[in-house]
Design a protein around this ligand. Structure first.
Ligand code: ZN
Ligand code: FE
Ligand code: FE
Length: 259
């Protein structure tokens, strides 16, 4: 038997034996199959790996179904519920800080209203067969934080009142946006009882906002403006005009409400 240069060999009869070629071919095929069957760096064959992965993925899908608008609605209700709770504390502080008796009264009245709004949200949750639960509202927390920083400032009394109104209106508009959306979603899904309850609250928020605008326009802004420019009598006419422009801005913002 002689081994040929091409790796094949001939037996004594000179007939080329393909035994060695067969062995080489098989080894090459095995290597090829292993490389397609195996995940590089893993000892788990690809096919098995695929089955394990597909099973895990299926399980994941059945465990976490995509949320619906109803889930988002309940979520937003919880957020709003928490916002109202945060506001009861904030309104009490604002009432204490206000100097104008009318403004003090406005904050106190809205504090009472806010307690009613929390009870109303209890009813909304009940109408949907959902547990009453709050979920921290970052948005209103931010607005309240800004209000707190203002209250720490050393402003004259009327300027502080003007700032308290500004902070209060930020909060009211945030609430109006939230309730506007909640009502639209409740309507769209046919949650009529929830929609009616939420509408009552939205009406209160809008009225509270208007009342704050009226207080700003009714004297607080002008008084603060005069204190800012005490002595420059010549500017009085101009200041009244400036005050009126500010009032118009306050009025205009109340028109952003959707209902
Ligand atoms: Zn629904
Ligand atoms: Fe409210
Ligand atoms: Fe409010």
């Amino acid at each position: 038997m002689s081994i040929r240069s091409d790796g094949g060999y001939a037996d004594r009869t000179g007939r080329v034996s393909d035994f060695r070629l067969t062995v080489l071919r098989d080894a090459r095929r095995d290597r090829r199959e292993r490389s397609t069957m195996q995940d590089p760096g893993s000892s788990i064959p690809t096919r098995e790996f695929g089955i394990i992965f597909a099973t895990a993925f299926r399980k994941e899908k059945t465990m976490r179904k995509a949320g619906t608008l109803h889930d988002a609605f309940v979520d937003e209700l919880r957020d709003t519920y928490d916002a109202e709770k945060q506001l009861t504390k904030a309104l009490a502080k604002m009432a204490k800080t206000a100097s104008s008796p009318d403004l003090k009264e406005a904050f106190e009245a809205h504090l009472e209203e806010t307690r009613g709004q929390i009870e109303r949200l209890d009813e909304v949750f009940a109408s949907l067969d959902e547990k009453v639960r709050g979920k921290h509202c970052d948005g209103i927390a931010g607005i309240i934080d800004e209000g707190k920083s203002i209250m720490e400032e050393d402003f004259d009394a009327t300027t502080m009142d003007a700032c308290l109104i500004a902070a209060g209106q930020r909060a009211e508009h945030y609430e109006m946006a939230a309730y506007g959306t909640l009502i639209a979603w409740a309507d769209a899904m046919g949650h009529t009882e929830a929609a009616n309850l939420l509408q009552q609250t939205l009406d209160e928020e809008k009225a509270a906002d208007k009342k704050l605008s009226a207080l700003a326009e009714g004297g607080v802004n002008q008084e603060a403006a005069h204190a800012a420019h005490a002595g420059d009598e010549d500017d009085d006419a101009e200041l009244v005009g400036a005050g009126r422009r500010t009032n118009k801005t306050n009025n205009r913002t109340t028109k952003f409400g959707t209902r």
